[in-house]
Design a binder for this molecule. Structure first.
Ligand code: VGL
Ligand code: ZN
Length: 348
């Protein structure tokens, strides 16, 4: 049964498009029908590599934790049944992910309208995302593409000129009379609610809320509208800021069997970041496409990236996306995140 075909002899490259038993046999050096830890490590070396075939470094504790997740009976071996789970739920997704591009709030008001981010502290230009996002749409074969719209009613809680429509809570460090744009106040209500104040922007069915004219809109795209409740802001394209109502993004992604979510758009440190973190929370392998994002504040942008990386998401440049979508560039962080998700869902 055991082919004894060492992976070195095939120049370190195992073709994961073969079947499960071929994979098990290829890494089962001692031919006992199961994988011990050193054998599993060889498998992960072949699995996690870039499109040139170079293996990514994987920390020892991460390798060990991953092995332990698949060695369900903790006998130090991944037997054939355990390997079957590992193959179908983990390796297959890593080798053949289902990928969606989420294009967040690429709307007139953020690029050249009332909340033009060129006027914010980072002094970035939202128009700079158009070229790289259009390139992605033209060159990468995503399984789904979503466009989100910040889509506010006239009386929205985030508009500074609406501040007198609601009561500011006594605990608010900034009082209604002194509040300026970009300040954060606490509004009164059933539960006091922190709210950053923005210029009036992205009002439903106005020019400001239209997608920027040069952004390519692919056919079969899904559109997600958020921030429609006058009382609750919604930075993430998954949930409002109080996590009371979801936009149906998660169910639409899951219906399409999406495993990997690429997030880009405006503003990096506000709606893009919130969307990426919710994507991670919802169990998607999450990738921020750095050069396809522009934001409000430089240190908030750095914090956003750090936060994604700390949660086993990755930050990449748009030129790396095509190979990742094709399953040729396979990141260990995303693999580890998937293993952790599998562990969570099998113990809950
Ligand atoms: C956004 C501020 C207010 C965004 C939306 O799309 O990032 N920023 N509303
Ligand atoms: Zn908004």
């Amino acid at each position: 049964m055991c082919s004894r075909k060492s992976i070195e002899s095939s120049s370190g490259v195992f073709d994961f498009h073969q079947d499960m038993d071929a994979c098990l046999a290829a890494f089962d050096r001692n031919c006992d029908g199961q994988l011990d830890y050193p054998e599993f490590k060889e498998l992960t070396k072949a699995l996690f590599r870039d499109s040139s075939g170079n293996s990514y470094e994987v920390e020892e504790t991460i390798s060990q934790n991953t092995f332990d997740i698949f060695d369900k009976n903790s006998d130090g071996q991944i037997d054939r049944e355990e390997f079957s789970f590992c193959w179908h739920k983990w390796i297959k997704t890593i080798v053949k992910p289902m990928s969606a591009l989420l294009i967040i709030d690429v709307q007139n008001d953020f690029i050249c309208g009332t909340l033009d981010i060129r006027n914010c502290s980072a002094k970035q230009n939202g128009e700079d995302v158009i070229g790289p996002i259009n390139d992605l749409l033209e060159t990468v074969d995503f399984d789904a593409v979503f466009y989100s719209y910040d889509w506010h009613p006239e009386d929205h809680v985030s508009f500074i000129d609406n501040i007198h429509l609601r009561k500011v809570h006594e605990s608010s460090p900034i009082k209604a009379e002194e509040a300026k744009v970009f300040d954060t106040v606490i509004f009164d209500g059933e539960r006091p609610m922190s709210q950053r104040l923005w210029p009036r922007h992205c009002v439903q069915n106005t020019w400001g809320s239209e997608l920027y004219k040069d952004l390519k809109v692919v056919k079969d795209a899904q559109k997600i509208y958020k921030g429609t409740n006058p009382e609750i802001d919604s930075y993430s394209a998954f949930w409002d800021n109080s996590k009371l109502t979801d936009t149906k993004m998660e169910s639409q992604l899951k219906r399409r069997n999406i495993t990997d979510v690429y997030v880009c758009g405006i503003a990096y440190d506000v709606c893009v970041g919130a969307t990426a973190l919710d994507a991670i929370q919802s169990g998607f392998r999450t990738i921020l496409v750095d050069d396809c994002c522009r934001g409000v504040d430089v240190s908030d942008i750095e914090r956003t990236k750090d936060n994604v990386v700390e949660n086993y998401g990755v930050v990449v440049s748009s030129c790396q996306v095509a190979d990742m979508v094709k399953g040729l560039d396979r990141r260990p962080e995303l693999g580890y995140k998937l293993a952790l998700n599998l562990k969570k869902s099998s113990t809950s």
